[in-house]
Design a protein around this ligand. Structure first.
Ligand code: F6R
Length: 607
């Protein structure tokens, strides 16, 4: 993971580098550092913990210089200490790195055997040593870097600065994103266009294996064979404004509350309101030919895939496989036939999902991507981009991106059903009518915030929490548990209700809250039976259902949350709200860092 930025500037860079890091904190926030070169000397500041610690250090000990590199870290090799924080300096070379150098151990052994000593536990430091070693004999920094890159295995985006060549930064990428920004008399490197947005909108995306020499007035890009290449300069459109929390205490809270609006925005581009039809962006393949759908994603986005499986199989009668991306390509999945491969991702940069996308493409699969960041690698590589319009999601726990992904998945399911001749125009009209009701129903769900906040205090005392659901509420149970554990650090599990008695029921006692997601409908009675089985063993149940469901079973529960009565298709969008609010308030009650929980990063760019 990690975020990197570099500026070959005409004015002081320290503050601008820190501002850039602020926009990259979603990639990691366990330590940060900056290095500038001025008067033939490197000046470096590094700090453990959040970026504010580095900013405070810089305020106390400012750094001069008009050329510099900076880094915000998510530790892979070595604890998040100051010694392990980037930039790493070896001799006349300093370096920041995003990714993992998989062969760092043999390289390190080789360098140690040559008498070199290491000051950190990182994989990155070997790259600094290798470049420094090459610099002893190479004619130029370019020659040194070109000699080192083929020796590195794994994934990396690098920015390298040289004490004796203070007017250039060399960047390189393989398996991790890196962009070049073109300014006015200065140029930049950054992990993404967002980091560079306040500096420039003119961006070139480096391709796999590219490396680049960034000067003040000149940028030279080379491919992996060291041949000079040009990469198109595009206008990124990324906003340079820093997003704030508005009146909210946390970004997560703000993003939960934004959902009715951003889901409506997203649906607007997938619905033709006059015709009451679902619409897809222009595509140059025929959905009616699809014989099978394969959905790949990670974490919360993978639950959108699981819900998509219920919808697509039910509506379009197409078989659907859902994989977590980290398992997908290593099990060598069968991808024969007319497969539509769908990736789901907020960031569009998740390393495993990106690799799965590339694996599908390499196997001739036509791909679609439900993606929130339009400038991301996945958005640029899918055959059909199905954008979500959630806007920037800053809180590490995905909320509004999730519900927007569900909205697009619903539209895709209807589209496939129509294309496969499994849905009449009348049925489609009816479904579109229900989709249009989703934002208002989500608003109604938000009105239960206060009562959820009250019950959160009891749940905050639990050591374990279980979530139950059936059908599409099963992935919602998984999502509820994931949300709770990642921000409150309480152990939580989601189960398909019917699975309880196959093992997990052994966990039940009167200390384990059981959150049951059960809208009234064909599966309701079955879920309630499973709930009764758990209550008979002392479980403290919170039942989330609609008025009809609560009238039937609410009196047995310890607490209830009433959702509006909605069509099953939009129920996951609506039921997402209480499970997000519950996790949020439990985390607040426990006093955790809601927006930047420990050990996590918003964008997971390593495998
Ligand atoms: C959980 C969460 C993660 C992400 C996952 C995929 O709240 O946010 O589980 O859903 O890391 O990230 P994207 O969607 O960026 O591919």
């Amino acid at each position: 993971m990690c975020g990197i930025i570099g500026i070959v500037g005409k004015d002081a860079v320290a503050q601008r580098l820190v501002d850039g890091l602020r926009r990259l904190e979603y990639r990691g926030y366990d330590s940060a550092g900056i290095c500038t070169v001025t008067n033939g000397q490197f000046g470096r500041r590094r700090a453990e913990g959040k970026l504010n610690n580095l900013a405070a250090k810089l305020a106390a000990e400012p750094l001069e210089g008009i050329v510099g590199i900076a880094h915000t870290r998510w530790a892979t090799h070595g604890a998040p200490t100051e010694d392990n924080a980037h930039p790493h300096i070896v001799g006349d070379v300093t370096i920041v790195h995003n990714g993992i150098i998989e062969n760092f151990k043999p390289l390190r052994d080789e360098l140690i055997a040559q008498g070199r000593t290491f000051l950190s536990e990182t994989d990155t430091e070997v790259v600094a040593h290798l470049v420094d070693r090459e610099m002893q004999t190479a004619a130029s920094p370019q020659e040194a870097v070109a000699a080192v890159l083929p020796r590195l295995h794994g994934a990396f985006a690098l920015a390298i600065m040289f004490r004796e060549h203070p007017d250039l930064i060399i960047g390189a990428r393989l398996g991790a994103p890196l962009t070049v920004g073109y300014g006015d008399g200065e140029n930049y490197l950054g992990s993404d266009a967002l980091a560079l947005a306040p500096l420039t909108q003119r961006i070139a995306y480096l391709e796999e294996g590219d490396w680049v020499v960034v000067g003040r007035d000149k940028v030279d890009i080379y491919d992996r064979t060291n041949t000079p290449v040009t990469r198109p300069i595009v206008v990124s459109g990324a906003s340079g404004a820093l997003i704030d929390k508005g009146n909210h205490r946390h970004f997560m809270q703000k993003e939960i509350y934004e959902q009715p609006v951003v889901v409506a925005d997203t649906l607007q581009s997938y619905i033709r309101p006059l015709e009451m039809q679902v619409a897809m962006p222009q595509m140059d393949f025929d959905l009616s030919e699809v014989e099978r759908v394969v959905i790949v994603a990670c974490g919360t986005a993978s639950y959108v895939g699981m819900i998509g499986k219920y919808w697509i199989e039910q509506m379009a009668r197409l078989p659907v496989d859902v994989d977590v991306a980290s398992e997908f390509r290593y099990r060598d999945p069968v991808l024969t036939g007319k497969v539509l491969g769908v990736v789901v991702s907020q960031s569009g940069e998740t390393a495993d999902t990106l690799a799965a996308l590339r694996h599908m493409k390499a196997n001739g699969v036509t791909t679609a991507g439900i993606i929130n960041v339009p400038t991301s690698s996945m958005a640029r590589e899918v055959d059909l981009l199905l954008p979500t319009h959630a806007g920037p999601e800053i809180g590490v726990a995905s909320t509004k991106a999730f519900t927007c992904q569900l909205a697009v998945m619903a539209a895709l399911s209807v589209n496939l059903a129509r294309a496969k001749g499994k849905m009449t125009a009348e049925q489609e009209r009816e479904i579109v009518g229900h989709l249009k009701e989703a934002p208002a129903a989500m608003n109604a769900a938000l009105s239960h915030d206060d009562e959820i906040q009250k019950m959160a205090h009891t749940i905050a005392e639990a050591r374990d929490v279980l979530y139950l659901g059936r059908g599409p509420d099963y992935p919602m149970a998984l999502e509820g548990a994931l949300k709770l554990k990642e921000i409150s650090y309480i152990h939580a599990e989601g189960y398909a209700s019917g699975e309880m008695k196959h093992g997990p029921i052994a966990l039940i006692d009167d200390k384990v809250p059981l959150i049951v997601l059960a809208p009234a409908g064909p599966l309701f009675d079955k879920t309630v039976s499973n709930m009764q089985e758990a209550m008979a063993r002392g479980a403290q149940v919170v039942l989330i259902s609609d008025a009809e469901g609560l009238a039937l079973a609410g009196s047995d529960a310890k607490a209830t949350i009433e959702m509006p009565a909605v069509h099953p298709l939009i129920a996951p969008l609506v039921y997402a709200v209480p499970i997000q609010l519950l996790a949020y308030h439990v985390a607040c009650a426990k006093g955790t860092d809601v927006d930047q929980p420990r050990n996590l990063a918003k964008s997971v760019t390593v495998e």
